[in-house]
Design a protein around this ligand. Sequence first.
Ligand SMILES: Nc1ncnc2c1ncn2[C@@H]1O[C@H](COP(=O)(O)OP(=O)(O)O)[C@@H](O)[C@H]1O
Ligand SMILES: [Mg+2]
Length: 258
Amino acid sequence: MTYPTPILPLKLEDISFEAGGKRLIKDLNCTFDSEPRSVIIGPNGAGKSLFLKICHGLISPHTGHVRWNDANEKSVRLNQAMMLQRPVMLRRSVSANIHYPLKLRKIPKSERNTLVEDALTQAGIARLRDHPARVLSIGEQQKLALARVWALKPQVLFLDEPTASLDPAATHAVEEIIRAIHAQGTKIIMTTHDLAQAKRIADEILFMFRGRLLERNPAASFFEKPENDLAQAFVKGELLWWRLGKTNRRNTDKQTNT
Ligand SMILES: Nc1ncnc2c1ncn2[C@@H]1O[C@H](COP(=O)(O)OP(=O)(O)O)[C@@H](O)[C@H]1O
Ligand SMILES: [Mg+2]
């Protein structure tokens, strides 16, 4: 798909974020282009969710800049979407939940109907169209959240642990929808703590630890042999807390700038 004004690349420049007297994101520099599916991995508390929220504009960094290619703020806002671990559902039917954001964008009703039908089918929830959204299972709610994204066709989709509370069948279904959304032309930037999922989805891996981006590499070479020793330990399934003696603490300061 081609867009009139591409909002990508997205550039993060010298980003840091503090809360409660602690620096939770440290000197982050990176650029996202439109193609690869970028997957951010790292242990709990590494700062993955904060990273996504800063990119999406939900929180403001204390230092640094988030720069999009498009200078028009409204266009940048309308052309990106974020899916949280527990998506927010309107107290309406499944199909009304897909209609609503399209209506806000003043898309004519006939066009909306086509987009909603297509999204319901794509997400495999057409049979649920008249159900109240709030009674759906978590897996069905995730599919509905992705159906909304499918209908909106954003340039960029941020996903924060999209399958964290799902069983294998629902995880598989959600991953398939994410693949279809990417194939439709949407840039995917997602977090996961699930290495198997990162292997299935990622074109490139960003490894975070203690608020820093320590490595960024194509998925194939990352999983074959991560360059960073903490990333190696993480991929081997070793817990990282015991490696934080003085020597290894120094390694976390060698940040990658990409
Ligand atoms: N608003 C906040 N105020 C204080 N601490 C926060 C806030 N948000 C996140 N944190 C802390 O920042 C660290 C990184 O959080 P998070 O980005 O959620 O990690 P991850 O998603 O990698 O598990 C954690 O230690 C978390 O407790
Ligand atoms: Mg998180």
